[in-house]
Design a protein around this ligand. Structure first.
Ligand code: UDP
Length: 239
């Protein structure tokens, strides 16, 4: 059996990764694809916490640009992540794995509140823990929630799933000659003003020495490749 190089990871799934071609809403086939990919690494014995975004449904910033109060818009964004969490939970459980959804804003009828010790207990019992509602605070992103939870739950790495195969010097979808970095230091990332993760989240990772691996989730087998230590994507870590 292939050996994982990490025992416990945090997977950051952007909302758009659930939306398929359309770029918005929830595409069930896409979620089922992601679930199967996740199960592949679970079979290797990896403990998995997932922070899920909400950008496929609602982003606070966009709402506030249209005139909604920023704080209300951010709460709407956080609620969007809870919708995604329930969709992912349903899809994973159809594949016979145990999951728990925990939310940073209490929604007791549908999920557990986020309780760090309890989340760790679930991970130890091999349950996939899906963390929704970001940090529970407006003005943050789910990338920052991912960094915060990775620190709290002692995960060895953050796997940041995207639709491109790593971090490029400029947007590879716009510039076909853009060069990909195979690794970057945290300060290098910040100094280059890269946008793949926001600066708050990368600063938290830097202070707590948690590597971030940015990789393309749309290619089957990629999560597993990262977990067994294949050099795909871009790793951002301490110099
Ligand atoms: N959000 C927030 N606080 C958090 C996390 C998220 O206010 O701690 C809101 C924010 O409005 C954000 C939205 O939730 O735009 C959805 O999260 P995000 O944009 O990070 O999702 P992703 O880009 O990963 O799909």
């Amino acid at each position: 059996m292939e050996k994982p190089i990490y025992k416990r990871i945090l997977l950051k799934l952007g909302g758009e990764s659930l939306s398929g071609e359309k770029g918005y809403g929830i595409d069930i086939q896409k979620i089922n694809f992601i679930s199967k990919e996740i199960i592949e690494i679970k079979k290797l014995g990896v403990q998995i916490a997932i922070v899920i975004g909400g950008g496929n449904i609602f982003r606070g910033q966009e709402g506030s640009e249209k005139g909604i109060n920023r704080v209300s818009a951010d709460y709407m964004g956080m609620l969007a992540t809870a919708i995604n969490a329930l969709a992912l939970q349903d899809s994973l459980e159809k594949l016979n794995v145990e999951t728990r959804v925990q939310t940073a804003i209490e929604m007791k009828a549908i999920a557990e509140p986020y309780i760090r010790r309890r989340a760790i207990r679930h991970l130890q019992k091999d349950r996939i823990v899906i963390l929704a509602a970001g940090t529970g605070n407006p003005y943050f992103t789910t990338d920052t929630a991912a960094a915060l939870r990775a620190i709290e739950l002692n995960t060895e790495a953050i796997l940041k799933a995207t639709k491109v195969d790593g971090i490029y010097e400029s947007d590879p979808l716009k510039n076909s000659k853009a060069v990909k970095f195979s690794k970057l230091g945290f300060l290098e990332f910040l100094n280059k003003g890269l946008k793949v993760m926001d600066a708050t989240s990368i600063s938290l990772c830097m202070e707590n020495n948690i590597p971030v691996i940015v990789f393309n989730l749309n290619i089957a087998g990629n999560i597993k490749r990262v977990i067994v230590g294949e050099k795909i994507g871009t790793i951002v870590k301490g110099e």
